[in-house]
Write a protein that binds this ligand. Sequence first.
Ligand SMILES: Cc1cc2nc3c(=O)[nH]c(=O)nc-3n(C[C@H](O)[C@H](O)[C@H](O)COP(=O)(O)O)c2cc1C
Length: 213
Amino acid sequence: MEIVIINSSPRKNGNTAQLCDAFIKGAMQTLPKPKVTTVFLNDLKFKGCQSCFACKLKDSKRYGKCSLNDELSPILSAVNKADCLVLASPIYLMDVNSSAKAFLERLCFSLGSYEVGYRSLAPKEVIVVTIYTMNTTIEYSPVGAMDNVDAFLGHIFSTPRRLCAYNTYQFQDYSKYVVDVFDETEKLKYRDKEFPKDLLRAYDLGRDIATRL
Ligand SMILES: Cc1cc2nc3c(=O)[nH]c(=O)nc-3n(C[C@H](O)[C@H](O)[C@H](O)COP(=O)(O)O)c2cc1C
């Protein structure tokens, strides 16, 4: 049973990474030895879709596959074979960040056919989890952007289980930065009270998903 975790945050110990780790711990509670591959997109040299349309060619072995050959290529193959895909992204400019977007272009465009009914070309049904972390509170969260990502992944594989962490702690030490718009004390209070609950929800989600693998 393989879980592929795609973390698009450049921060390997950031909020998004901590939630991914909690998810893995939860999954390991149910499945003692799941095969977990964690990919930090920021470590890879890759491009977004180049619009070559090789994945849409008639009578071609490349149909339904991304023909670009770079460091994302083996990851796309691994996702197609996985039992569970976790896409974890921080919200940048009210959307998933650019590496998550480039990953999604490559994954979803090649597997989303232009056949009648837009049939998914995914070789198997993959359980999908999306994790989004953001500075904003729930009221201003980019629901539309997250809905779009979840809809594409849902169309290609299966409707994602979504976990969001709001009002995340952004700086290690707020006093070093110009941050007039956030109250450090309030941020700290929220982090200490709410982030452990987010981690617990990620853990529970990992445990729950693992029971389905
Ligand atoms: C370039 C950039 C843009 C951001 N834009 C937003 C935004 O539009 N909305 C938001 O709520 N948070 C925004 N954030 C904050 C991050 O989403 C938030 O701190 C997130 O939890 C960071 O995840 P990480 O700790 O895993 O890196 C932005 C951060 C950066 C660096």
